[in-house]
Design a binder for this molecule. Structure first.
Ligand SMILES: [Zn+2]
Length: 492
């Protein structure tokens, strides 16, 4: 009988047919699935669903105006641009500080630095804070945070609510390192380590409800792959290359989400903690000032419904609004006592009658930076930035006469200080800042202090944070180095 089967050509036809059918079936399984198309009005129904994942992608040090979706002429961000085109893009989003830890504490807690108390290098978020990861975890989500910036490490209180919270093992070196930091202080590995960890997490948890926070760091470090386009040789050009490289990482995430058929039930949020200066106001880098180049950040929400035309919200919004918005869209409990607001009315208005977004217009939005954040022997030296209508008002408490005002509508790069211009309602602006400062101290009492030991300091130096960065000689040295690189370095 067996002999007969082996000799019969029909056996082979049958086997071949089975193989063909299997091949077709397996292809169907690996084709993947995109999110369904829908309208803005459909976004309201998301709050009724109980099958949504959330992926929060924080790209450290990403200024908005270097992305195609925000008008940049270089093709730095094809994947982010495509996501913005099918989702919701906030054209004018402000970070709450120009330094990672203060900015991220505010973003998660939906409170200004004045109210989180996280303003100095050894401050941590209080364990009394109820953070979004805790709310999601409580609601049954598997929660994971994967990061490469030591300022958001667990010892500063950022791991609250995460089942998994870790810095991946540095494995992947994409090839090009053209950062600002001296080579001995380079952070090992690359953001591909984060992406690969994320792909593994998504594959393992594709049948669970999950919340995944990815904190990308290569833009901060000006790291890019050798395959990234070369636009020139300055630090600013290298910064653009690193955006392209990070955008490719986002592309890998999107491919995997498509392949795992997760796009129809995953909400993706893309944000940044601050931008980066390239001598627009006499300094380079971040964590030293609060002008537009370090304050204007991208904010893109990609819902699990493909919006045919995409939505652009022009109104000024803040990073403290991110979690009130996402939790509202998903029908989850809010961050308690948030200073940020849900932006859903701004998204929905125009899609149907009766949406009132008036309360979200012309809010005063604030950012804060303790200029002595890294100088442990010195007391606080608070700098405040307020966006109010078309004005940016910058106030250094220790030198009130140095107040600056810019009209963002006629001077988008904030170059011309009009504080002495009679048309500026200076008393009114100053009163708003005073009200903001008087509105209360940290809600949980003073921020807990963490002993930032030598090892931690070395790790933070690896990010390029020297603890004496406000030194004008150092700024001059870096400026000169930047110019030299521009003139001399050729690698293509
Ligand atoms: Zn940062």
């Amino acid at each position: 009988m067996l002999r007969k089967l082996i000799d019969s050509p029909w056996t082979y036809f049958a086997l071949a047919s089975v193989l063909v059918i299997l091949a077709i079936l397996s292809q169907i399984q690996t084709v993947g699935e995109d999110a369904p198309e829908g309208t803005v009005a459909d976004l309201e129904s998301l709050s009724d669903r109980d099958d949504l994942n959330v992926i929060f992608i924080l790209i450290d040090t990403l200024r908005a105006d270097r992305l195609g979706a925000y008008g940049y002429e270089r093709n730095t961000s094809p994947n982010l641009d495509a996501l913005a085109a099918r989702g919701i893009r906030f054209a004018s989003a402000e970070s709450q500080s120009s330094w990672t830890k203060a900015s991220m504490a505010s973003l998660w807690a939906s409170r200004y630095p004045e109210r989180t108390g996280v303003t100095r290098s050894d401050d941590a978020i209080s364990q009394e804070a109820l953070l979004p990861a805790e709310i999601l975890n409580e609601a049954g989500y598997q929660t994971a945070g994967i990061w490469r910036n030591g300022w958001v490490a667990n010892n500063f209180g950022f791991g609250q609510g995460f089942d998994l919270y870790y810095k991946p093992t540095p494995n992947r070196n994409p090839g090009a390192r053209r950062g600002r930091s001296p080579s001995e202080f380079q952070l090992g590995g690359s953001d591909l380590d984060i992406t690969e960890s994320a792909l593994e997490f998504m594959t393992n948890h594709k049948n669970d409800r999950f919340f995944l926070y990815l904190h990308y760091m290569d833009v901060h470090q000006y790291v890019s792959s050798d395959q990234s386009p070369s636009w020139g040789t300055s630090f600013s050009d290298n910064y653009d290359r690193s955006i392209f490289w990070t955008d490719q990482n986002i592309g890998l995430l999107m491919e995997k989400l498509f392949e795992l058929e997760l796009l129809s039930h995953t909400m993706i949020v893309i944000a940044s903690d601050h931008g980066e200066g390239f001598f627009e106001h006499g300094g380079e880098g971040h964590a030293r000032s609060l002008y537009k180049e370090v304050q204007h950040v991208p904010l893109i929400i990609v819902p699990p419904i493909r919006l045919a035309e995409g939505v652009v919200v022009e109104e000024s919004v803040a990073n403290i609004d991110i979690w009130p918005t996402v939790l509202d869209m998903m029908g989850l409990p809010p961050v308690p006592d948030a200073e940020g607001r849900s932006l859903l009315p701004l998204i929905l208005e125009g899609s149907k009658e009766g949406v009132d977004a008036e309360a979200l217009r012309n809010r005063s939005l604030f950012a804060q930076l303790d200029k002595n954040w890294g100088k442990r022997t010195k007391g606080p030296d608070p700098l405040i930035s307020m966006v109010d209508g078309s004005y940016r008002y910058i106030f250094l408490e220790s030198v009130p006469e140095a107040t600056e005002v810019y009209d963002r509508s006629t001077d988008p790069l904030e170059k011309k200080n009009i504080v002495r211009d009679n048309s500026v309602p200076i008393a009114e602006l100053q009163a708003k800042v005073k009200n903001f400062l008087d509105a209360g101290s940290p809600v949980w009492g003073d921020a807990p202090r963490v002993d930032v030991d030598e090892m931690m300091q070395a790790q933070l130096r690896a990010l390029g944070y020297a603890f004496t960065m406000t030194n004008p000689e150092e700024v001059q040295r870096r400026k000169k180095a930047a110019e030299e690189v521009q003139q001399n370095q050729k690698w293509d």
